[in-house]
Design a protein around this ligand. Sequence first.
Ligand SMILES: *[C@@H]1O[C@H](CO)[C@@H](O)[C@H](O)[C@H]1NC(C)=O
Ligand SMILES: *[C@@H]1O[C@H](CO)[C@@H](O)[C@H](O)[C@H]1NC(C)=O
Ligand SMILES: *[C@@H]1O[C@H](CO)[C@@H](O)[C@H](O)[C@H]1NC(C)=O
Ligand SMILES: *[C@@H]1O[C@H](CO)[C@@H](O)[C@H](O)[C@H]1NC(C)=O
Ligand SMILES: *[C@@H]1O[C@H](CO)[C@@H](O)[C@H](O)[C@H]1NC(C)=O
Ligand SMILES: *[C@@H]1O[C@H](CO)[C@@H](O)[C@H](O)[C@H]1NC(C)=O
Ligand SMILES: *[C@@H]1O[C@H](CO)[C@@H](O)[C@H](O)[C@H]1NC(C)=O
Ligand SMILES: *[C@@H]1O[C@H](CO)[C@@H](O)[C@H](O)[C@H]1NC(C)=O
Length: 532
Amino acid sequence: MSSTFGAISVWVTLFGLALFPGIRLINGDQAPNIVFIVADDLGFNDISWNNPKIISPNLDSLARNGTILNHNYVLPICSPTRSALMTGYYSVHTGRQSSVIWQQEPVGLFTNFTLMPEHLNTLGYESHAVGKWHLGYCNQSYLPTNRGFKSFNGYFIGSEDYYSHLRPPSVGGGPPGYDFQHNEGPDLSANGTYSSVLIGLHAEKIIRDHALQTPEKPLFLYLPFQNVHSPLQVPDHYSNLYPNETNQARKTFSGMVTAMDDAVGTVVKSLKSQGLFENTIIVFSSDNGGQTMSGGNNFPLRGNKGTLWEGGTRVPGFVHIPFSKNRARNVSSLFHVTDWLPTLYRAGGGDPHELGPIDGLDQWNLLVGNQDKGVRQEFLYNIQPIPSIEGAQARAAISDGNVYGYGSEKLFKVGDFKLLRGVPGEPSGWIPPAKSVDIPLERNNHLANLTHFQAVPNFASFEVRLYNITSDPEERVDLSHNHPDIVESMLAKLARFDASMIPPNIKPEVASGNPNRFNGIYTPGWCQAQPK
Ligand SMILES: *[C@@H]1O[C@H](CO)[C@@H](O)[C@H](O)[C@H]1NC(C)=O
Ligand SMILES: *[C@@H]1O[C@H](CO)[C@@H](O)[C@H](O)[C@H]1NC(C)=O
Ligand SMILES: *[C@@H]1O[C@H](CO)[C@@H](O)[C@H](O)[C@H]1NC(C)=O
Ligand SMILES: *[C@@H]1O[C@H](CO)[C@@H](O)[C@H](O)[C@H]1NC(C)=O
Ligand SMILES: *[C@@H]1O[C@H](CO)[C@@H](O)[C@H](O)[C@H]1NC(C)=O
Ligand SMILES: *[C@@H]1O[C@H](CO)[C@@H](O)[C@H](O)[C@H]1NC(C)=O
Ligand SMILES: *[C@@H]1O[C@H](CO)[C@@H](O)[C@H](O)[C@H]1NC(C)=O
Ligand SMILES: *[C@@H]1O[C@H](CO)[C@@H](O)[C@H](O)[C@H]1NC(C)=O
């Protein structure tokens, strides 16, 4: 009898391994679930563990029981960061370095890149996305459900109204179009419900269904929120939590952070009630720095969303790993958004070498507490190769000029340096929360208002700046003249990245994408997916 049972259990184990290669199924040890939360435009000073005025208790408790990534770096705007997250490549290697994808722009993240959910699926994961996509929707091949996600509930573009989910078309006129989708078409039932509430409810349903229907598989839930991007909108009961905030933009914005935090609370509760929490890795990161022209804040860091200053690129982030050996940590090692793919692939039982020559590094040993320091020694902030783009793309929130940034950790014996070449972007000052404003991002015009903060400095476009980010995280003292040798060697590094860059994948917006051609709904099917 016992030998028969032995044979059966061996057979089951082998069968399991054959079905889910790479997963540790032995003794019922299942690969961890992954919930990856992205906040939109949340700045360094916009979250409770960096700023006690902000009310975000659910995120705070995860962060303080997890590992706070105090040097968590991303790209300065949305689609560049999300493409780096999904592919593990710097955006200069995916063509997404220059701009967000505009709503009627006939491009998407190139289809020859394999995305995070596709990689995790090969390890046996089941992947779902709830929230913002913004990596292209003009051709069906660009949609999340054709890039590894079993389901998608959310919106293809960005910047829409939080309740009506409407956004005006950019080319061809007509009334605003609707953008809240279920898989490949509109979900009109979302009309009227505040975005973070919707996202919380969808996430809860996916967690419940997963636990009921496919508990044998690990879950990857990608959860990119609309909060706290402009327009500044939130139910009153959230902004009322900030009775002492006299700056109206900041008050609404702060309420929007709390609304998102509430939805995170819903997700955590759901994971716990389904018994998944203890085997779930929860990641949190913003996609770029705060937009000080829409209530956000990066103080004391310098600059804004859309700039290569620290305020544009160093953002709140943490990971919560219940089974980590070493919890409640706050690490200063460099972490870059490209690192998530190899790190989570490793966490899921895969070998990151299988991911090819990506730019991301496997930082699992840092996160899980096996090591105090990370493996990343340096990273490329970004290269914006287009001095001045004609047409629609000139609206990108990246300033003119050749903008290069490159940071290192102990790369050179003499210290911890960041090199910037060109114009790092505006606003470039140190903007305290009290100076928050709400300038509707009505294309182009906001640049006229930069003087609200400080006079625009007149950089020569190839000016080089060097900062010791360790001693001077606020980028106040340019050391480029003190260390010509370091400047020279960092410029040589940049030149190598420059040489490996692929051209920006950007095109003028087209009338064929106007939602009014599709009954007022932002709809796929009006461009060719690239590369063919
Ligand atoms: C994390 O550590 C840095 C110093 O390395 C400190 O400035 C910061 O306040 C810490 N953050 C938290 C939430 O403890
Ligand atoms: C950490 O989690 C425990 C329960 O899991 C909770 O009681 C505690 O308040 C959390 N710690 C923090 C700092 O949030
Ligand atoms: C959303 O609801 C409003 C109010 O009921 C209605 O007027 C509008 O047509 C709806 N929008 C869509 C896209 O269905
Ligand atoms: C607002 O300020 C008053 C007076 O200083 C203080 O008593 C109250 O606790 C503050 N409220 C909040 C929510 O911080
Ligand atoms: C700039 O800001 C001022 C005051 O906030 C406002 O009156 C003006 O219309 C703005 N200008 C543009 C071009 O947005
Ligand atoms: C950079 O800052 C760190 C921390 O203060 C310091 O140890 C190092 O000597 C500095 N490097 C230079 C060249 O100033
Ligand atoms: C989507 O892209 C593919 C590949 O470029 C192309 O063959 C197809 O026609 C496109 N679909 C539409 C609706 O244009
Ligand atoms: C993907 O396609 C783009 C555009 O053709 C090309 O530049 C890039 O090198 C390709 N990348 C990969 C990883 O295949």
